[in-house]
Design a binder for this molecule. Structure first.
Ligand SMILES: *[C@@H]1O[C@H](CO)[C@@H](O)[C@H](O)[C@H]1NC(C)=O
Ligand SMILES: *[C@@H]1O[C@H](CO)[C@@H](O)[C@H](O)[C@H]1NC(C)=O
Ligand SMILES: *[C@@H]1O[C@H](CO)[C@@H](O)[C@H](O)[C@H]1NC(C)=O
Ligand SMILES: *[C@@H]1O[C@H](CO)[C@@H](O)[C@H](O)[C@H]1NC(C)=O
Ligand SMILES: *[C@@H]1O[C@H](CO)[C@@H](O)[C@H](O)[C@H]1NC(C)=O
Ligand SMILES: *[C@@H]1O[C@H](CO)[C@@H](O)[C@H](O)[C@H]1NC(C)=O
Length: 226
């Protein structure tokens, strides 16, 4: 017996629903985004190098830093707005801002790393007190705050902007260089507690879902091609 028109339509309907469901699920999974990882790979304050006793070194009030920005996503790009860096000198429970630097915004491709090696002039740092502390064999502490906004490029469109606000403490010894040989990862301060909670609940830590609107648009775009 030949199938009736209604049955064919029903089959067609079912496959349409399944196809769009699978497409939507696939799209939803592929839309997961992850903020780039930021770290301080090197940090050197020439004036605090106690083995260099020249005046040139003592009067060189610069901070050299090597910032690494790492987009770990293999299928999404990251567009950074201008990146604001603030350097702090922290001692005796106080946190003095001593320098600012702005890394111009840029686009970073899939799975790419970027380095920014720069010199910034520090002012308002109590150099004598810092050198005193170092002569005692203790280390001095710096803080680095990073603030920017990022949006993610998925295929041909950008998501909305998300803020990326992270910070790290950098310990410097009497060589003027950061004590820790490894890179120091900048982490989110305020959300630390929440992130830990979320980690145990969500299967994909540190990632979040893009908004639903572009997803729906794309799902319909694909379905219309089928
Ligand atoms: C400190 O200064 C000395 C003498 O100028 C130099 O040889 C040394 O490399 C400097 N230390 C660092 C960590 O750059
Ligand atoms: C200060 O020290 C840095 C790092 O060693 C060096 O690159 C820079 O040229 C120095 N600046 C001056 C004015 O000596
Ligand atoms: C910390 O405070 C003490 C006493 O107030 C002072 O002598 C010292 O220089 C300060 N240390 C630094 C590194 O600022
Ligand atoms: C040097 O060390 C001594 C003993 O650990 C401490 O009492 C003193 O405050 C330290 N001085 C500085 C400038 O850190
Ligand atoms: C970075 O600094 C500029 C100038 O002070 C400011 O307009 C911008 O909002 C800052 N960006 C972030 C993400 O804080
Ligand atoms: C200071 O830190 C640098 C870099 O980690 C290290 O090579 C050096 O041995 C340290 N110096 C002292 C006196 O601890």
């Amino acid at each position: 017996m030949p199938e009736s028109g209604a049955a064919t339509c029903c089959k067609c309907c079912t496959s349409f629903i399944i196809t769009s469901g699978v497409t939507a699920l696939f799209m939803w999974l592929s839309l997961r985004t992850e903020k780039p990882t930021c770290s301080i790979q090197d940090f050197y304050v020439p004036a605090l190098n106690r083995t260099a006793n020249s005046n040139a070194n003592r009067n060189n009030h610069t901070i050299y830093f090597d910032l690494k920005l790492d987009n770990k996503m293999k299928d999404k790009g990251v567009k950074y707005a201008n990146i604001n860096l603030t350097f702090f000198y922290s001692q005796n429970d106080s946190r003095l801002p001593v320098a600012n630097y702005m890394v111009p915004g840029f686009y970073q491709g899939h799975g790419k790393k970027a380095r920014r090696r720069e010199l910034v002039v520090a002012s308002g740092l109590p150099w004598a007190a810092a050198l005193d502390a170092l002569s005692n064999g203790s280390a001095v502490n710096f803080g680095v705050d990073l603030a920017t906004r990022v949006k993610f490029k998925i295929l041909f469109w950008y998501t909305k902007r998300h803020s990326l606000i992270v910070a790290a403490d950098v310990e410097v010894n009497n060589s003027g260089r950061k004590v820790n040989k490894k890179g120091i990862k900048l982490k989110s301060k305020r959300k630390n507690h929440n992130t830990k909670k979320l980690k145990s609940e969500a299967p994909y830590p540190k990632s979040h879902r893009a908004r639903v609107e572009p997803l729906a648009v794309l799902a319909f775009f694909f379905i219309s091609l089928l």
